[in-house]
Ligand binder design. Structure first.
Ligand SMILES: Cc1cc2nc3c(=O)[nH]c(=O)nc-3n(C[C@H](O)[C@H](O)[C@H](O)COP(=O)(O)O)c2cc1C
Length: 210
């Protein structure tokens, strides 16, 4: 079992990484492999809405040259996904938003049924708005949300400050243990033939305009 952790911060080893590393260490203690993928520094273009991924059903974004398709390929072999973002103006960072728009639009079908969670890091405020934004990618994609004992956030401007956020790090460890519990439970369920439900054959698509 393996979990992909996306670090959408421009700082490879900053505050968001410190939170993700706590989760990765917890997963390792639970016997679950993980990989932290840093995506927050290089330019990531937003979704152009061209619809090629929908029409061609490739599970990939037509635009290459940035980490979107690499992450989708990693998700083929990963059983869970955790997205970490710093809070920028009370929202997820721009790189994370651009990345997830394209990643989920092109590849959500391959991630359905896999547990997901978002975590964020802020100096002070905007955390719950950021988590609300990020959790929506999982919910619309049929990915069960992994809980913790509080909303998954850490506070600090530096990794050293985050290290002092004992409650924040405890929340990360609990999230890691819950992810491990869900992955192991889902694996046992799959052995018994209990799989995520199929979607209805004909998808309703109403936009309220006649
Ligand atoms: C452009 C920008 C906007 C930010 N906006 C907020 C904000 O709205 N609320 C907040 O508490 N911190 C804000 N911060 C601070 C970061 O969220 C905070 O320091 C975070 O822990 C940094 O994580 P990192 O080291 O992983 O990048 C902002 C930082 C930047 C660079």
């Amino acid at each position: 079992m393996k979990v992909l952790l996306i670090n959408g911060s421009p700082h490879e080893h900053g505050c968001t990484y410190t939170a993700l590393k706590e989760i990765a260490d917890t997963l390792a203690a639970e016997g679950i492999e993980s990989e932290i993928m840093h995506v927050g520094l290089e330019p990531i273009r937003g979704c152009t809405g061209c619809g090629t991924c929908i029409r061609q059903k490739t599970g990939r974004c037509v635009f290459g040259g940035d980490p979107v398709n690499a992450a989708l390929e990693k998700m083929q072999e990963c059983d869970g996904l955790i997205v970490g973002s710093p809070v920028h103006y009370a929202s997820a960072g721009g790189a994370v938003t651009a990345m997830l728009d394209r990643m989920f639009y092109a590849g959500s079908a391959s991630m359905r049924g896999k547990p997901g969670a978002a975590v964020c890091s802020a100096r002070r405020a905007g955390t719950t708005a950021t988590l609300d934004q990020l959790n929506k990618y999982f919910i619309i994609s049929g990915m069960p949300l992994v809980p913790s004992q509080y909303w998954p956030m850490v506070h600090g401007s530096t990794p050293e400050q985050v290290a002092q956020d004992e409650e924040g790090l405890q929340i990360m460890r609990m999230l890691g243990r819950n992810m491990a519990w869900m992955l192991k439970s889902f694996a046992l369920a799959a052995e018994q033939g209990i799989l995520p439900p199929e979607r209805e054959a004909k998808r309703k698509w109403t936009n309220f305009i006649r």
